[in-house]
Design a binder for this molecule. Structure first.
Ligand SMILES: *[C@@H]1O[C@H](CO)[C@@H](O)[C@H](O)[C@H]1NC(C)=O
Ligand SMILES: *[C@@H]1O[C@H](CO)[C@@H](O)[C@H](O)[C@H]1NC(C)=O
Length: 509
């Protein structure tokens, strides 16, 4: 009979490598502190806050900003998030950010709690949903944007100094926006699941808004950037609104278990592209892959009678997973020489982080239901799917030819000149002297020095197709970070942290 002695280590980090040769096996690959990455990723959302900052704000180089947002339009739109390196509040990416944060907590809440970050994760979600409640002023009115890219980008100012237009833009019955209404409904529905236990009243309120927003988006059809011209060129809804309507209905089904929402997803799967589009990216614009994967995971539940349509969703969802794994016959996602998924040069990391999340979730699902993934180029087991997701995360954290962490503030080498107004200008807290619109460009944007404030936890756009990265503020395609880049990482960091915690060494005797 064989017996095993199992030695549990408190935690494994690189410092063990030099000390004990017995750990040499682990030292062949770099190892990362995913718990630290998780904590830092949640700090980033505090840096992106607009509005009146609370007393427990941990990031002290930021101060209140946008305190009159909405005033000229007679509505209170104070709060929410700046989505990237500028000071515009764009509703569509903000909503997607909140959906991804919520989905992360739904899938990996236990792991996030074990790392001591549950409260911070919920705060990051609530900063967004509190704003959506304000922005949804009437069943058929959603304020979709404050400020605009054209006037904002003309200036380089800290949010605390902003002198740019803070005009607000809405969608309504006459100027519809089914995409933004749908994504905001998805964000509020998924967040309602998150808050169900800890804050049932708030959860109920979110669900109420989500149901109204979905109804509004479905009844008055249109693309929001056709209604709000200034959104075009910044966050144009290229994929249209059909993906968001299906996505919203699916999240509402998960939040309410009302058959009407599931029927919507089943009935419109074909007409809206849910069961017909085969995708290789998942983003703030294109939700199909997330929708298809989520719909696939209903198959194992009480939905046998809908097997036919759900199988069609699954086939497209698995196309996405296989394409990331390079296991499709024809089209696969391109990779850099060092193995990073590569979709396009502008903010490529957003597609990497969203892929890591979907791969992780689907791997868990297959494992829990004892299934394998059948790709055209072979059968893949769930561990293999997850280890590919991990390879992408490890690349992000420093396992790459530049030896650089693309998660700002993590490790010893990370981008120093992030394209970000607030971070690149001296903190308002230390120097309240007003910095005018173009003065910021003259005195701060072009500086050779690192940013005075470190945008901890931000995931920048990342390297090019050849793994190369130029750390310059003007190189916004690579050095700008976005809230939705980091949002998808939160849950995956937590899962990796959990699985790395106390590795087991087994010796057979
Ligand atoms: C993949 O491509 C090969 C060669 O073109 C073909 O023989 C095979 O049937 C294809 N497999 C699938 C699952 O489409
Ligand atoms: C990255 O680290 C490796 C191994 O230490 C080294 O050979 C390589 O030159 C480094 N690359 C850069 C760009 O610093």
């Amino acid at each position: 009979m064989k017996q095993s002695i199992v030695v549990e280590l408190p935690k494994f980090h690189q410092q063990w490598c030099g000390v004990l040769s017995i750990f040499a096996f682990f030292c062949m690959a770099q190892s990362f502190d995913y718990g630290e990455a998780l904590s830092k990723s949640l700090l980033y959302f505090e840096m992106q806050r607009s509005g009146r900052l609370p007393h427990n704000q941990r990031i002290t180089w930021r101060d209140h900003s946008g305190l009159t947002d909405g005033l000229e339009d007679g509505v209170d739109l104070v709060g929410g998030y700046y989505d990237a390196g500028d000071n515009v509040k764009f509703g569509l990416p903000m909503a997607f950010t909140v959906t991804m944060l919520s989905w992360g907590v739904i899938e990996y809440g236990t792991e996030i709690a074990d790392a001591g970050e549950y409260h911070h994760a919920l705060e990051a979600i609530k900063w967004g949903t509190d704003y959506f409640i304000k922005a949804h002023t009437h069943p058929n009115v959603l304020w979709a944007q404050v400020g605009d890219g054209y006037t904002d980008h003309y200036c380089w100012q800290r949010p605390e100094d902003m002198t740019t237009s803070r005009r607000a833009f809405k969608v309504d019955e006459n100027k519809p926006g089914s995409d933004i209404a749908g994504e905001t409904a998805a964000a509020m529905a998924s967040a309602s699941i998150v808050f169900r236990r800890t804050n049932p009243h708030y959860s109920h309120l979110l669900l109420h808004h989500a149901e109204q927003l979905f109804e509004f988006g479905d009844k008055y059809r249109g693309k929001y950037d056709e209604s709000i011209g200034v959104a075009k060129g910044y966050y144009t809804s290229v994929s249209g609104y059909m993906d968001e309507l299906l996505w919203a209905a699916l999240w509402l089904y998960k939040a309410t278990h009302k058959e009407v929402y599931l029927e919507y997803v089943l009935k419109n799967g074909d007409g809206f592209g849910g069961t017909t589009w085969a995708m290789n990216e998942f983003s703030w614009d294109v939700k199909y892959a997330g929708l298809q994967i989520t719909a696939s995971m209903l198959l194992e539940e009480k939905h046998k009678q809908h097997k036919h349509v759900l199988e069609q969703y699954r086939s497209k969802g698995e196309h996405y997973i296989c394409t990331c794994l390079d296991k499709n016959n024809g089209t696969n996602v391109q990779r850099t020489p060092a193995g990073l998924l590569y979709i396009r040069q502008w903010n490529n990391m957003q597609y990497v982080s969203s892929a890591a999340f979907l791969l992780s979730v689907y791997s868990d699902y297959l494992k829990a239901s004892n299934q394998m993934l059948d790709c055209p180029k072979g059968v893949v087991d769930p561990d293999e799917i997850f280890s590919f997701a991990k390879s992408q995360i490890d690349y992000i954290l420093g396992s790459n030819p530049m030896n650089m962490s693309y998660l700002v503030g993590y490790g010893s080498k990370y981008p120093q000149k992030v394209h970000h107004r607030g971070a690149s200008v001296e903190s308002y807290k230390t120097d309240k002297g007003f910095i005018g619109c173009t003065q910021g460009y003259d005195n701060w944007f072009g500086r050779r020095e690192p940013n005075p404030n470190v945008l901890v936890g931000a995931l920048v756009g990342g390297p090019d197709s050849d793994d190369q990265f130029r750390d310059e503020r003007s190189n916004y395609m690579q050095t700008e970070a976005c809230t939705y880049n980091t949002a998808a990482l939160v849950g995956v960091f937590a899962k990796l942290h959990k699985s790395e915690d106390g590795p087991l060494l087994a010796f057979n005797i």
